[in-house]
Design a binder for this molecule. Structure first.
Ligand code: ARG
Ligand code: ZN
Length: 849
């Protein structure tokens, strides 16, 4: 089928399409195996293009007929599309194709999920629906007719004609094909409305399968809050009379921002207190906001080509994190984002998959929906905002929206609005978009008389993607905490441009402790030699909540490394400092709970690797267990009191206040269970009226080997709820002992409700296995083999989800020769599979390095 040598696409080779699409009309006659799609597309030559080749993308399409200006035309077809002779003047292309949604297991293009039809076109799925120039810089208005025996027939825009089994839609906003969507099925709507700032009433619907009506209210509230927030903060108003969201059970990612018709993985929108945890609620609120915000950052202004993906994704992630900070707690959100960045983006940026925020080449674009493009892309915007200030930022954004509305834009366009509004030269800053790798900034300190000198040196380790990194613009927010614990210098931002830069601060009364990289002002690794006493001082006194947390985190990491390397005991000053924070009722319980979290085992493995030592996953696991025992015993007099003090007596609300209390109480429960067994967990389980408490109780009971009955009860209670059963599958792997993790995952694949074709279920088991550091890297190599077996099974069914899961192997270079060989063997075995997808082939080839 495919060419033997996969094609690489380069940013540098961009050329505009030779034709402009004026208008598109599509008619769908839905049928599970024989859906007919008629298209009528008005083209005219593009005066700005030099290459006038008429090529339409098309994959897995059965061409029934094709005409130009009403006359049949001879087409030349390949696996990737077709060409034909066209007039040198405006013309109308008409075609009819047949497609097979029921057999579309890749979940890209038009496919079926539990009897409903739905689409996923980003990035290049529209070509699986009809022949089209499937590229984001080709924007057009769409008219869509849907014929099918379903009560609900949806597409983008506004409905213009509705009769039984027939609906016509018109989307007045020109859009790229990746924003096309169609949904048909037996769905029910949870409806509401929103009145925009200019007084227009917008109908809002959340469509779900019958039975899920009770899980819609929260998502709807989040949508309205997002619409309001985007008006208040960015001045952005919604632009259609209708906004629809549909929940789908089989979906490769979180959600998709199709114009006026967002399609969501049901896990990213359906919520109820009984079935969703506090974390689920927070994630749902963020994803609803994210997809809604795309209406301006993504849809009204889209990307010229897929290399510019961060233009919409980095910005939209940045916007949704601003929203969450405003709706909940800003420090808690910042800390959570940094934990996530370090867990997902740093390993990518520091391993064989490293690529710039704006990549310069790819084989399969789906492989570049990464933490680097999204999360580092958002960090880059955060730095830009720090550098130009709030006022400069919003001025630049206003210009961006007015200047580029309706455009398919580039990173150059984006940076130019900042240059034009603020007068700043951003040419060096632009390296954040072109260089891969995590910069490391070393800071050296000296203090003499009344003067503190800080010497900063930046260095980015070279990578295949960026062999010769140049110095970047790094905003470092810093403050100083005096010997008495009072802040002697409020937060200032210094800008690093050079490889080495020196900062002097004078008129100090004694040596202060520098608090550097406040709020994590840049996505870098900070190398700072501070004594444990200085860190304990920051843990006790830093006014910056991020750095206060970071001080505790760093002490915890040191303590863990001490245990791993020489069985050292944990520093009492740290334990006392931690206890002071945990028991300080003036602090937000959510923040206190974060203080109790330990650096992940993967993070510790990386620290050891960077220090030139091969990490032993079993030893890291044991040290983490020991550390938790130490915490339990050091805090033993506080555990029950804090557990009780943080019980919520009011009816369940998934808000920041209540969920903060539950997270602190559950942190206590885990230490109590460790010290005393599962009695309290059993009580909590029995009394729980919400999933947050039920699931935490279950996890703790499993952890101490007393979860069997609860697991059976849980399964009996929730066997008909797919989203809750995903938790049941995942939790058993997560909480397994390292030696049992692979066997547990394997046993779960034999459960009648395991279905590898459903991405949520596949990820519940194998995502959990890949995240179980000591289990995945168990010396037997069983987990490597099991995962490889299943990736081979899944690849012909769903390449996208398979390829994504391959990143489990990306850290292989950290480990000892035996593990390295085992992983290399599995990677090679997958690569040797016949007809392996382009997606998986590219990922594994890059991982091999
Ligand atoms: N644009 C969607 C979002 O960020 C995600 C689409 C992911 N597409 C993909 N092919 N991986 O919300
Ligand atoms: Zn997005």
């Amino acid at each position: 089928m495919r060419d033997a040598a996969p094609k690489t696409v380069y940013l540098a080779e961009y050329t505009p399409f030779g034709f402009i699409v004026e208008d598109v009309s599509l008619t769908f006659d839905l049928d599970p195996h024989k859906t007919r799609v008629k298209s009528r597309i008005a083209f005219r030559p593009n005066p700005e293009a030099t290459d006038k080749t008429f090529f339409l993308h098309g994959e897995n399409l059965d061409l029934i007929s094709a005409t130009i200006d009403g006359k049949p035309v001879n087409t030349e077809q390949t696996d990737e599309g077709l060409t034909c002779p066209v007039p040198d003047a405006p013309f109308v292309w008409e075609a009819e194709v047949e497609i097979d949604p029921a057999n579309n297991t890749a979940l890209e293009g038009l496919y079926m999920s539990n009897g409903m039809y739905c689409t996923q076109c980003e990035a290049e799925g529209f070509r699986k629906i009809t022949y089209y120039p499937d590229r984001p810089d080709v924007m057009a208005t769409f008219n869509v007719t849907v014929n099918g025996p379903h009560p609900v027939l949806l597409s983008n825009g506004n409905p213009v004609k509705t009769s039984q089994h027939h609906v016509e839609w018109h989307d007045p906003w020109p859009k790229p094909p990746y924003l096309f969507a169609l949904v048909a099925g037996d769905l029910v709507a949870h409806s509401d409305s929103f009145t925009t700032m200019s007084g227009r009433k917008v109908d809002l619907n959340l469509y779900v399968r019958p039975g899920d009506e009770g899980k819609c209210a929260f998502g709807m509230e989040a949508l309205k809050a997002s619409m309001k927030w985007d008006e208040d903060v960015y001045g952005r108003e919604y632009d259609l009379d209708l906004f629809n969201i549909v929940a789908v059970d089989d979906f490769n990612m979180g959600a998709m921002e199709n114009k006026g018709l967002n399609i969501f993985n049901s896990s990213a929108v359906l919520a109820s207190p009984e079935t969703s945890t506090d974390m689920n609620f927070e994630r749902i609120e963020a994803i609803i906001a994210h997809e809604y915000f795309h209406n301006w950052t993504g849809n009204r202004i889209t990307c010229r080509d897929w290399f510019q993906l961060c233009l919409k994704e980095g910005l939209t992630v940045f916007r949704d994190s601003q929203f969450t900070s405003d709706m909940r707690s800003a420090p808690v959100k910042r800390i959570s984002d940094v934990i996530d960045l370090r867990a997902r983006q740093f390993p990518e940026d520091q391993g064989p998959l490293a690529h710039p925020v704006r990549p310069e080449s790819f084989q399969e674009i789906n492989n570049f929906y990464t933490a680097t493009v999204y999360e580092k892309g958002a960090e880059v915007i955060g730095m830009l905002k720090t550098l130009v200030g709030d006022e400069g930022y919003y001025k630049a954004l206003d210009l961006y929206f007015t200047r580029h509305d309706g455009d398919a834009a580039t990173i150059e366009d984006w940076l130019k609005v900042f240059e034009d509004t603020t007068g700043r030269d951003l040419s060096q800053f632009k390296r954040w978009y072109s260089q891969a790798g995590t910069p490391r900034v070393k800071v050296e300190e000296s203090f003499e008389l009344d003067e503190l000198t800080l010497t900063f040196t930046q260095h980015t380790p070279p990578s295949t993607a960026t062999p010769d990194p140049q110095p970047q613009v790094i905003p470092i927010a810093l403050g100083l905490i005096g010997p008495d614990g009072k802040e002697v210098l409020e937060t200032q931002t210094v800008e690093l441009h050079e490889e080495t830069q020196i900062i002097r601060i004078t008129s100090l009364e004694g040596r202060p402790v520098p608090s550097i990289l406040r709020g994590f002002s840049a996505p870098i690794v900070l190398e700072q030699d501070l004594s444990d006493a200085d860190r304990a001082h920051l843990l006790a006194h830093d006014t910056d909540p991020f750095n206060r947390w970071e001080a505790g985190r760093t002490l915890a990491r040191k303590a863990l490394l001490g245990i791993i390397e020489n069985g050292a005991s944990v520093d009492e000053a740290y334990l006392d400092g931690l206890r002071a924070v945990i028991t300080d009722d003036s602090l937000d319980p959510a923040y206190r709970a974060l203080m109790l979290g330990l650096p992940s085992q993967s993070d510790l493995a990386n620290t050891l690797y960077e220090a030139g030592k091969a990490p032993d996953p079993a030893a890291i696991y044991d040290a983490t267990e020991t550390m938790r025992d130490v915490l339990a015993s050091h805090l033993k007099d506080d555990l029950h009191a804090l557990y009780k003090a943080n019980q919520v007596s009011e009816p369940y609300q998934p808000d920041a206040e209540q969920s903060g209390k539950r997270s602190l109480a559950n942190a206590m429960l885990s230490l109590i269970t460790r010290a005393e067994g599962a009695e309290l967990a059993a009580q909590q389980y029995a009394a729980a009226d919400n999933m947050t408490q039920q699931l935490a109780a279950l996890a703790n009971a499993i952890r101490v080997g007393q979860g069997a009955q609860m697991l059976a009860d849980f399964e009996a209670q929730w066997k008909d709820d797919r989203l809750v059963m995903d938790k049941w599958f995942g939790l058993q792997v997560m909480e397994a002992k390292p030696k049992d993790a692979a066997a547990t995952a394997e046993r779960l694949t034999e459960h009648p409700d395991f279905n590898h074709k459903n991405p949520n279920r596949f990820r519940a088991v194998f995502g959990a296995l890949a995240m179980h550091h000591a289990g995945f890297h168990h010396e037997s190599g069983d987990a490597y083999t099991l995962l490889a077996d299943w990736l081979i099974t899944l690849d012909p069914i769903n390449p996208q989800t398979t390829a994504r899961m391959c990143s489990a192997f990306q850290t292989w270079k950290r480990y000892d020769a035996d593990r390295q060989n085992k992983i290399k063997t599995e990677v090679a075995r997958i690569l040797a599979t016949r007809d392996l997808s382009r997606d998986t082939t590219e990922m594994l080839t890059r991982i091999q390095g």
